[in-house]
Ligand binder design. Structure first.
Ligand SMILES: C[S@@+](CC[C@H](N)C(=O)[O-])C[C@H]1O[C@@H](n2cnc3c(N)ncnc32)[C@H](O)[C@@H]1O
Length: 199
């Protein structure tokens, strides 16, 4: 099955003003509870219209983005002309090794066809000791129902629990440092091994 971006392109110009965009702001706030320092190099995977990147830049981060939808990339790039925003997939990040201090993915993890490949890619583009931040909807008791509904329509979308996300991260050598659940948001943050070799 192809990547789950099908349909996102047509939302590129209406996403921010619609209900999805309004709800997405709660999720951006969750990301912003992470330690974002001046000069922190952040890659937003599945960056959509790039609004989270703008908020990260407001806190001094040096933002880059990637999205599988060319329409989304165009909107995100127009909103953040100083940033490096590329068309590409989470499973094959079009960036160099060890280029980022943080990899963020907000409301996109459940769309990814191959999370294992994404996590291996996230580790590759992170510096030693860098962090991955995954933010997803917290569906609680509705999760199984929603997953079944997506499954019935042939989508791979699968909303994970915090425990499942932590296990995914641990499986890639990332040490969970923080889980935050707040209303509808779920954030799991983990750290890549710090090899201490100064690279
Ligand atoms: C629900 S939107 C979230 C956008 C943005 N992160 C936000 O929080 O507003 C999901 C985004 O992920 C992108 N996407 C889906 N699957 C992807 C993949 N495998 N690689 C890269 N981007 C992907 C879609 O094109 C879309 O822009």
């Amino acid at each position: 099955m192809g990547h789950q971006h099908v349909g996102f392109g047509k939302w590129a110009h209406t996403y921010d003003g619609g209900i999805q965009g309004k709800v997405a702001r709660w999720f951006y706030r969750a990301v912003l509870t992470s330690d974002i320092w001046s000069g922190c190099r952040v890659l937003d995977v599945g960056c959509g219209t790039g609004r989270l990147l703008t908020l990260l830049a407001d806190r001094g981060a040096i933002g880059s983005g990637v999205d599988v939808s060319p329409e989304m990339v165009a909107v995100a790039q127009a909103a953040n002309p100083q940033m490096d925003i590329r068309e590409g997939t989470a499973e094959h990040l079009p960036f160099e090794d060890a280029a980022f201090d943080m990899v963020v993915t907000c409301l996109a993890y459940h769309h990814m066809d191959a999370r294992e490949t994404f996590l291996a890619e996230a580790v590759r583009v992170l510096v030693p000791g860098g962090r991955v931040v995954i933010v997803e909807p917290r569906l609680g008791v509705l999760r199984r129902l929603v997953n079944a509904a997506f499954g019935a329509h042939g989508h791979v979308e699968r909303f994970a629990t915090a425990g499942e996300i932590r296990a995914d991260l641990t499986g890639h050598g990332l040490a969970p440092v923080r889980t935050r659940t707040h209303r509808l948001t779920l954030l799991v943050e983990a750290q890549a091994e710090d090899t201490g070799d100064g690279s």
